[in-house]
Ligand binder design. Structure first.
Ligand SMILES: [Zn+2]
Length: 451
């Protein structure tokens, strides 16, 4: 909004607001303002449905479900890595594989417990009683869905209308079209403990490698004779979601880095990630895996340095930016995780909740602060007018923060809710991060129902 001068006369404010609303609906907004959203839309291409031949006898079904399914042909049958979100998706994938899926299926390997990877096993097994492989930790792994939808938000955008939904960060949809169920889940029959398991299944040499990061029990699958890595979710085409919005603990950055070091050392020539497209070529792969590792390492190191130097999370959020080489890397764009959330998550994990400012030892409640902020602003009407002006000038975060003071006292205040809804929608539309966009827009939708 830099091209529009802020008018001081109130009479112009309404005109300006109308102009801005028109601009945002007719695409006349300032160039670059919605760049993040356009990048996120372009990222949806990663989830286009297709079966890719990874290398001889290895096929990846991408975009038919929330996650990828890999088919490995053996001497007389097949091996499946991950099974999609549910039996219906798995059936579509079986159809897409066609006669490349040679029966029987001797083995199914789960990279980790998440339901989008484990929900369709029965369809691939088709009563053939394959061995089901996973890390031993998967038996006790907690389901990953998160601890509830705080504030009515939803990082996956499950309830958003189609017109507002772009993608769910690592997938085109997450439970929007077909549910994530445990209906098609088969319990692992062959688990291993520790770092590695070496197998030969139907003539195919396979190494299962313990690679915790996205999940504690996570493994990657290495086919040494085909230089092919089925990485799972430890390597995706997005900045990793180290500290997700959806109510999960921060993922362990050091373990994630160690996992990537193991994968880099394999020198793969083909990689199938758990979501998004296949990557080919030893040089490309080394570059992407190394950048991914370096991105996490950079954020971890700078955060730890900041903690030791007594910096607050707020200071670190302003200071820690990826260096240009990493910031521009296609595998570190913030479609799913973000650098600031990683900084916050690592700070809390390593140094606790307290930011070091004694004012925050026993801070006021939101209600107490709201009461005082209203007094300071000269009353509710003035605070609302100020928040409306912020909205009109494009200062959406400040608009939301101002009305939060009123909503802390009066959760159903219509004027405050209207401002907050507009602010959240504007913030959401400017996001490149799918989970932030989905959260903003879902809360806006939830609040609108309260009007
Ligand atoms: Zn996944």
């Amino acid at each position: 909004m830099k091209s529009i001068r802020r008018p001081r006369k109130k009479i112009l404010m309404g005109v300006l607001m109308m102009a801005m609303m028109a601009a945002s609906t007719t695409g006349l907004a300032q160039a670059g303002e919605f760049e993040g959203r356009e990048k996120l839309k372009a990222h949806s291409q990663e989830f286009r449905a297709r079966v890719d031949e990874v290398t001889e006898g290895v096929y990846a079904a991408i975009g038919y479900s929330a996650s990828n399914v890999t088919l490995i042909q053996g001497d007389t049958g097949s091996i499946i890595v991950d099974t999609s979100a549910n039996p219906a998706d798995a059936q579509a994938i079986v159809a897409a594989f066609g006669d490349r899926l040679v029966r029987p299926v001797y083995a199914i390997i789960y990279t980790h417990n998440h339901p989008d990877h484990t929900g369709g096993a029965t369809v691939f097994a088709a009563g053939e009683k394959p061995d089901i492989y996973s890390h031993k930790l998967m038996i006790t792994a907690e389901p990953h869905t998160g601890r509830g939808r705080r504030d009515g938000g939803d990082a996956f955008g499950t309830a958003l209308p189609d017109a507002q939904f772009i993608n769910a960060g690592t997938q085109l949809e997450y439970g929007r079209l077909t549910a994530h169920t445990r209906e098609g889940f088969l319990t692992p029959t062959n688990t291993f403990d520790g770092q590695e398991d070496t197998l030969t299944i139907d003539g195919v040499r396979i190494q299962l490698i313990f690679t915790p990061g996205e999940a504690d029990e996570h493994i990657s699958v290495w086919l040494p004779d085909r230089k092919t890595l089925i990485a799972g979710d430890v390597f995706l085409k997005t900045f990793p979601n180290i500290a997700p919005l959806r109510g999960l603990p921060t993922r362990p950055a050091e373990k994630w880095i160690a996992s990537l070091d193991k994968l880099i050392a394999l020198k793969p020539e083909h990689v199938v990630p758990g979501h998004m497209g296949v990557l080919n070529g030893a040089v490309n792969i080394n570059d992407a895996l190394t950048a991914y590792r370096d991105g996490i390492q950079f954020v971890l190191d700078r955060t730890m340095e900041g903690i030791r130097a007594g910096r607050t999370p707020d200071e670190l959020l302003q200071q820690i930016k990826l260096p240009q080489r990493l910031a521009e890397h296609p595998y570190l764009q913030e479609f799913y995780g973000t650098v600031p959330w990683a900084v916050r998550g690592i700070y809390a994990q390593k140094a606790g909740w307290f930011d070091g400012n004694p004012t925050h030892i026993f801070p006021m409640t939101d209600q107490e602060r709201g009461k005082r902020m209203l007094q300071l602003a000269g009353g509710k009407d003035r605070l609302l007018a100020s928040a409306r002006a912020s909205l009109a000038s494009g200062d959406f975060q400040w608009a939301a923060e101002q009305v939060d003071n009123i909503l802390a006292l009066e959760p159903h205040n219509r004027d405050a809710l209207e401002i907050k809804i507009k602010a959240l929608r504007e913030l959401g539309e400017r996001q490149m991060n799918a989970t932030a966009r989905n959260y903003y827009l879902t809360v806006a939708m939830t609040l609108e129902k309260q009007l």
